[in-house]
Design a protein around this ligand. Structure first.
Ligand SMILES: NC(=O)c1ccc[n+]([C@@H]2O[C@H](COP(=O)([O-])OP(=O)(O)OC[C@H]3O[C@@H](n4cnc5c(N)ncnc54)[C@H](OP(=O)(O)O)[C@@H]3O)[C@@H](O)[C@H]2O)c1
Length: 271
């Protein structure tokens, strides 16, 4: 299979890439750091016989996401784990969207929509977003403050991101059951996640990660198990051990079409 892994240059995406390589798959690694990608490609080559390439993209630029997607000729699996962990408030990208939501929601929604046609040609198409499936709360402000311009907080940004991922993945799974769709929660993993936090918080997180965080390669194995075992017809909510069948939030059914429509409207210039 040919997998495109966004966020493959570090952490969980790195763990997923190495697992896929050792299973014989080919990978397009996507991220910002060419140095990390070069190192990880060598690691992948030592694990498997697939082909490994790197495509550089900054997901704060949705223009760049679209350009990258338009250059992909074929694809079987799309896996997205691009992310950031900061305590910043609403922070605009040059395109006018919040940075965190751009990484955790908008860019993921665009990758999936812009690559759907290609993945649809695969005999085994799969799309998985690695964020917070089954572990986030709902975000009740989706109707009147979709972009969190007035209700921004670290918790709201995390809940909205997870909630929106459930919603758009579920709507896409309903309209295209030729592809399997999943939203995974990786659990607490020892990665560089949190290194952009203020120093005291960063030190606490690093200490906790080293003591209690799962190894990123073990996490990669679990995420790949979740990927290949995903069910059809609705979004599969996958837990930190790669087990599917988890629950969406209580307001999911009433909200999902509206969330999807709002995302489509917000992203329309790139779709
Ligand atoms: N680690 C945990 O305990 C944990 C727990 C729950 C959820 N998660 C979620 O899991 C996902 C992966 O986390 P992780 O621990 O693997 O984090 P990580 O080690 O910090 O890796 C983040 C990845 O995202 C990429 N990325 C960040 N900003 C980007 C941008 N503007 N454009 C393109 N790529 C960008 C990074 O690429 P470059 O380095 O090349 O910029 C890197 O490959 C995140 O969404 C995170 O919220 C993690």
């Amino acid at each position: 299979m040919l997998a495109l892994v966004v966020g493959a240059t570090s952490g969980i995406g790195h763990g997923i890439a190495v697992t896929l390589a050792s299973q014989g798959h080919s990978i397009i690694l996507v991220g910002r750091s060419s140095e990390a990608a070069t190192r990880i490609i060598e690691e992948c080559k030592s694990k498997g016989e697939g082909t490994f390439t790197f495509m550089k993209v900054d997901c704060f630029s949705l223009n760049s996401v679209r350009t990258l997607c338009s250059s992909i000729p074929k694809l079987d699996w799309l896996i997205m784990s691009q992310g950031m962990a900061t305590i910043q408030g609403y922070t605009e990208t040059e395109e006018g969207f919040d940075q965190k939501l751009s990484l955790h929601v908008y860019s993921r929604f665009l990758f999936a929509n812009l690559l759907e046609e290609k993945i649809n040609e695969s005999e085994d198409g799969r799309v998985m977003s690695v964020l917070s499936g089954g572990v986030h709360s709902s975000y009740s402000g989706y109707s009147n403050d979709f972009e969190l311009k007035s209700k921004y907080s670290v918790k709201n940004a995390a809940d909205a991101a997870g909630f929106y991922n459930d919603c758009w993945l579920d709507v896409m799974s309903g309209r295209n059951d030729n592809i399997k769709w999943g939203h995974a929660a990786p659990g607490f993993v020892n990665t560089k996640w949190g290194t952009e936090m203020p120093i005291v918080l960063r030190m606490v997180i690093r200490t906790m990660q080293k003591a209690f965080g799962r190894d990123k390669f073990k996490c990669g194995e679990y995420m790949c198990e979740g990927l290949v075992n995903m069910g059809k017809g609705k979004v599969d909510i996958i837990d930190e051990k790669g087990k599917g069948g988890g629950k969406v939030t209580k307001i999911h059914e009433q909200a999902k079409e509206e969330v999807f429509e709002k995302l489509s409207e917000l992203m329309k210039q790139w779709l």
